[in-house]
Write a protein that binds this ligand. Sequence first.
Ligand SMILES: Nc1nc2c(c(=O)[nH]1)N[C@H]1C(S)=C(S)[C@@H](COP(=O)(O)OP(=O)(O)OC[C@H]3O[C@@H](n4cnc5c(=O)[nH]c(N)nc54)[C@H](O)[C@@H]3O)O[C@H]1N2
Ligand SMILES: Nc1nc2c(c(=O)[nH]1)N[C@H]1C(S)=C(S)[C@@H](COP(=O)(O)OP(=O)(O)OC[C@H]3O[C@@H](n4cnc5c(=O)[nH]c(N)nc54)[C@H](O)[C@@H]3O)O[C@H]1N2
Ligand code: SF4
Ligand SMILES: [Mo]
Length: 875
Amino acid sequence: MNSHTTCPYCGVGCGVEVIRDSGQISGVKGDKKHPANFGRLCVKGSSLHETLDTRGRLLKPQVDGLPAHWDDALNEVAARFQRTVEEHGPDSVAMYLSGQLLTEDYYVANKLMKGFIGTANIDTNSRLCMASTVVGYKRAFGSDTVPCSYDDIELANLIVLVGSNTAWNHPILFQRMVLAKKNNPNLKVVVIDPRETATCKLADIHLALKPGSDTRLFNGLLSWLAANGHLDQDYIDRFTDGFEYALAAAVNSSADPRQLAEDCDLPVESLHSFFNWFGATENVLTFFSQGTNQSASGVDNVNAITNCHLATGRVGQPGQGPFSLTGQPNAMGGREVGGLANQLAAHMDFDAESIDRVERFWDAPNMATKPGYKAVDLFQAIERGEVKAVWIMATNPVVSLPDADQIKRALEKCETVVVSECVADSDTAKFADILLPATGWSEKDGTVTNSERRISRQRGLIPMSGEARHDWWIMCEVAKRMGYDTEFSYRHPSEIFAEHAALSGFENEGQRDFDISYFSNIDRFTYDNLKPIQWPVTAECPDGTERMFADGKFFTPTGRARFVEIIPRAPVQQPTDRAPLVMNTGRIRDQWHTMTRTGTAPRLFNHREEPFVEVHPRDAAIRNISDGMLVKVSNPRADYYARTRIEEGQRKGEIFVPMHWNEAFASQGRMGALVAPVTDPLSGQPELKHAAVQMEPLNEQWEGWLITTKSMPVPAVDYWARIPKTNTDAYHVAGLDTVDSWQQWCQEHLGEPDLWIEDPAKRSFRAAGFMNGKLNWVLLITPFNNFPSADWIDHLFVQETLETQQYQYLLSATNVEVEDQGTIICSCYQVGTTAIDKAIKSGCGSAVELGEKLQCGTNCGSCIPELEGFFTRAS
Ligand SMILES: Nc1nc2c(c(=O)[nH]1)N[C@H]1C(S)=C(S)[C@@H](COP(=O)(O)OP(=O)(O)OC[C@H]3O[C@@H](n4cnc5c(=O)[nH]c(N)nc54)[C@H](O)[C@@H]3O)O[C@H]1N2
Ligand SMILES: Nc1nc2c(c(=O)[nH]1)N[C@H]1C(S)=C(S)[C@@H](COP(=O)(O)OP(=O)(O)OC[C@H]3O[C@@H](n4cnc5c(=O)[nH]c(N)nc54)[C@H](O)[C@@H]3O)O[C@H]1N2
Ligand code: SF4
Ligand SMILES: [Mo]
């Protein structure tokens, strides 16, 4: 069997080769032949095999909290949806999906809802991710088309990274940029991001702009290009419409360089260099991601960028173009099948002609005729009681949507909540009336599309866990029970893919960009052996298409690209006296979203182990906050508890918070609850990077470590953050009230301590509980952090008996023989700051030399920017 598959994490879409050992996956390596990564994998990709533990997996269906047989669970879903539709009409039911589904899953969901149940209330977490790009591309090109290819990286002479922390979030592409820069001394890199991120290590210029000022900046660039003779007038005349209006708006808002510099809060000189480089360099590639999309001006942000590329004729030529970096492994596939509530299918919209065409193709009895609710509106409609049944699949909205507590309220109120999940305890699964176990990566089988339009196979390589089933199969079974037998009788994903391909070509005749009609009759064998390929794939281009729009022909009614007039608007969530800080949210290197997958690999916690907040030194100082202190970030919506990281690279008045933590990993870590449900008026994408909050010390009265066996319940304390270890769960714990008797506290929270030692004068307490002779829990409370490391304690939990010395160490106030590694920088080889500092002292002068000595940075390379940081800091 083919052992090649695709990484299920980011939109780079790397090829993975799995190593199997008696039916299980024992290791992974990069697929040398895959054009997205040529053999490399980042830290998340290379730890995939460590996340396949079935502990924590959802393995059996549940109905109303009780285990159920599949047949009964499917009957229930069908019956409850059917009944709701009969009583309240098709718009009273909804689906909320995810860019982590396979294209085949997505296709079936969209067909069932929009063609057979008869509602377009089907949206996806791509609304939070790529929706602004979809609208921006459509406004500019008439179609949702990424014009570029990864191969353009090596051809570019200027790479602009806007609102993208590529080094951490698209690491393999970043490595490609690093190499390209090494091989091409002319290549310049500009990073546009309010924060100084790891990506900035590659930048010749970092424009730490005021958040939300991107439209001004790119309007400024457009007017500067016009004023300084850098327009491609011939291209503008032949291939575009609307230039004069766009230019007038740009000049109006941003022509004066001094004013522009002030508006964006940037030095005039850096702006000038960026503009000069952009003007003078033909091969410019502009990547953009969530700093661009997740804004109430997200669509305008995208068009402000595309305007500059159109004005210089730099679209679709080798090494040139506006390149959206997609986030999820299959956000693109979702767009292709019409997974968003305002799309139909195969890149068609809700116009009369398309509705009719899709209706005929599907032979659909109940064709939806108008767009449905977008994600944020959908959950509000659920809370209002208008939508009464929702099926959530492969996403965790209780964590990831803005105003996240509203999502809880909505789900509590909703009559029927069906959740299809791989894990049993996601924050959203807790609200399910019916829980359906889905197959996960390496079990599920189908296709995904990456950021450069490349379709790759994610293959089913190992048996399904427990009673987990494929999402497409589950939906087909429900459809059959609703009376749609023949239309959902697929036996294999290849049949779904073939139908999807046929629809993309149906009455297309070159009118729609998304066309993979070459695969309309694909058989199972060919599908199983499908090589990665970039769409369009048609009879005329059977080997796929590397770049789009090279000929200047677009999918607008006139065939010409459109400039868009951009009138800059400020972010909607503005700081106030009571919430004076801007809260930016985003990702960290080693975690994936709500941690349901990366949270099972202990080594992925070594980089950042608990919820944190990055703060500028001045903002910390005026609040009496020091590095490492626990703080409360809050606004009237909610509280978020986290540990402070003081960072010079953070702008004053702005903090950064990771999006990942949730109720399974921390007591108060759901930052989404603090974000207002403000959206872009055109795309419906929420403004996730600009919440208004305040911050103060948490004022905990005590703090310590609690280490327990994995089966013990989460402790009932004011603050906890769980750090999974090999054998145990380690918790940072803290309390807001003083504890008079720790012994009594243990009895109440953990059980009678078998060992304990207390020093009230020093406010320290250490205790341990045993079960059947083995350690069951260890509690270490002390004002000083001088106890043995959690990793050392972790290994004691599997020992049958402890040695006398181990007992002593466990309760002693000294550090044990194991050397403190410091913060782990290289996750692949577990190299920490202690070893790095030592190596630098002994003469290592660069990241390369560190790699030679310690191996750090020599596998996936994700940590190289941080390794380089040791030398920029030192100098
Ligand atoms: N390690 C890891 N990698 C991932 C993911 C993950 O969870 N973990 N998720 C994947 C997914 S789904 C996605 S969508 C991508 C996202 O990838 P990115 O877009 O790179 O991720 P973020 O960290 O959300 O945000 C990017 C940057 O936008 C900046 N920003 C904030 N406000 C502004 C602004 O007003 N203007 C500009 N120019 N920049 C601003 C932030 O400071 C941040 O550094 O990552 C993918 N890759
Ligand atoms: N404030 C703030 N909020 C954000 C963002 C931000 O930057 N800031 N980023 C936004 C973005 S870009 C994104 S993409 C979202 C991501 O947010 P979510 O989509 O909520 O995050 P995930 O943790 O990826 O959730 C996927 C869930 O599906 C399950 N799952 C995985 N594979 C499968 C499968 O094949 N089938 C089924 N049925 N289940 C599966 C996983 O166990 C997991 O619980 O968050 C968004 N929210
Ligand atoms: S860059 Fe990393 S997370 Fe993204 S697809 Fe490649 S290996 Fe997976
Ligand atoms: Mo995303």
